[in-house]
Write a protein that binds this ligand. Structure first.
Ligand code: ATP
Length: 394
């Protein structure tokens, strides 16, 4: 398939007479013998026109950003990002760059590290390596090509440690000096909260985020950025079969957050509702940890909590708590009652919050093993409905 796409690209660039190059991660990963289904293409000329013509052959979904002269094509096997070769300059550190069309050499120059600065000419199949990126790949080194790189775009601090942790590469000595200086100068505070959080998500979405998070801690990036929370660096390579793995890993990362920390984090990064409820679920479970000792209280403590929060507690706490949570999972299998609100309605009660109260009570009886099947559920329901009708407490 790789060969096919290369041939198509060669054909296209010859037919319309433009130079096109595969750049960045795809070339890096090829030299490392790693699979990659993300292909970045730089076109010297009109990238959008190239993208439309390419998609006539590939027949994928195309999305165009006229303003940035970029296009994305998604096919079954690949995701291709196509841009017109450009140069960039930064009017203010940390802000997004101002962009104008340019040659391949300019386009390469704007990139982050030498390992990402290789280009493959699709016509000749030759690798163009202006900054000795192939040597750095061989020597497993991450290197910037100018001293203002981290100042211009401090998100590159995260990118450097992401590649370092993912590929097992060292950050080259001078680059590391620049990175440390940028961190201690607080350049990262020139970057918007959204862009910082996006970098955290990219780290947590990696196959193995743990070594990367360890580097974050090693370079003390957590100290100022996360409201003083001491980030956790364990269990982060695990995923969830059911539930949202990104949220689960986020909750693990900030497992040590107190109530005030969580508030601060939510405000600072304007996090989505599920992140707030996940953090508060963990705090709530931690507060009730001593109750996790018998069925009813285990069930009551965990029943409304997010699966990501429960799983994070399971990963982080000792054997007793792990066992209590496993018991909850067993109990939760019983969670479904066979009856529902319609059965209550049929018995003549007007819908009201009493429905939930009755169903919760029957569920608890089921968890405690007092009732087994639908017939038992109906019998118990009748009992409770009669009580309500007589004006008694259930
Ligand atoms: P990955 O394997 O993580 O997808 P990638 O190299 O494809 O790696 P992308 O984030 O998709 O990374 O970016 C594509 C290319 O764009 C990079 O290889 C790099 O050359 C360039 N790039 C991305 N972000 C930056 C940045 N902040 N500064 C400079 N160049 C960047």
């Amino acid at each position: 398939m790789d060969r096919d796409i290369l041939l198509i690209l060669k054909d296209m660039s010859e037919k319309i007479g433009v130079n096109a190059y595969i750049v960045g991660g795809y070339v890096r990963d090829k030299l490392l013998n790693l699979e990659s289904d993300d292909i970045d293409i730089t076109v010297e000329g009109d990238g959008i026109k190239f993208a439309f013509m390419l998609n006539e052959i590939l027949n994928g979904d195309i999305e165009v950003h006229d303003k940035f002269e970029t296009a994305k094509i998604k096919t079954r096997d690949f995701e291709l990002d196509i841009v017109s070769a450009r140069k960039e300059h930064y009017e203010r550190p940390g802000m997004l760059p101002v962009v104008q069309r340019a040659s391949l050499a300019d386009d390469i120059k704007r990139r982050d590290f030498t390992i990402n600065m290789l280009a493959l000419d699709v016509k000749t199949n030759q690798i163009i390596d202006i900054y000795n990126g192939a040597d750095d790949i061989k020597n497993k080194l991450i290197r910037v090509v100018h001293d203002k790189s981290f100042v211009d775009d401090p998100t590159r601090i995260f990118r450097a440690i992401r590649y370092s942790g993912r590929l097992g590469f060292k950050i080259e000595q001078h680059t590391e000096w620049l990175l440390r200086k940028s961190i201690s100068d607080g350049d990262i505070f020139n970057v918007s909260a959204d862009r910082i959080m996006n970098e955290i998500y990219l780290i947590l979405k990696e196959k193995n985020p743990e070594p990367i998070v360890k580097l974050m801690k090693y370079y003390q990036l957590d100290k100022e950025l996360f409201c003083g929370i001491k980030i956790n660096t364990t269990n982060l390579n695990t995923s969830l079969e059911k539930g949202n793995t990104l949220l689960y890993r986020f909750l693990l990362l900030f497992y040590n957050a107190t109530n005030e920390d969580a508030d601060c984090l939510i405000r600072k990064y304007n996090l989505k509702r599920e992140y707030l409820s996940g953090l508060s679920d963990i705090l709530n479970i931690k507060m009730n940890m001593s109750n996790l000792n018998e069925n009813v209280s285990i069930f009551n403590t965990l029943k409304d909590k997010r699966i990501e929060a429960i799983s994070a507690v399971h990963a982080m706490e000792d054997l007793n708590i792990k066992q209590a949570i496993e018991k909850y999972y067993d109990l939760a299998k019983l969670k479904r009652l066979e009856i529902n609100g319609d059965d209550i309605k049929r018995l003549g009660l007007q819908p009201s919050p009493i429905y939930k109260e009755i169903l919760d009570k029957i569920l608890m009886d089921k968890i405690l093993g007092k009732i087994k099947d639908r017939e038992d559920e109906i019998k118990t329901l009748l009992h409770y409905v009669e009580k309500v009708k007589r004006g008694e407490k259930i």
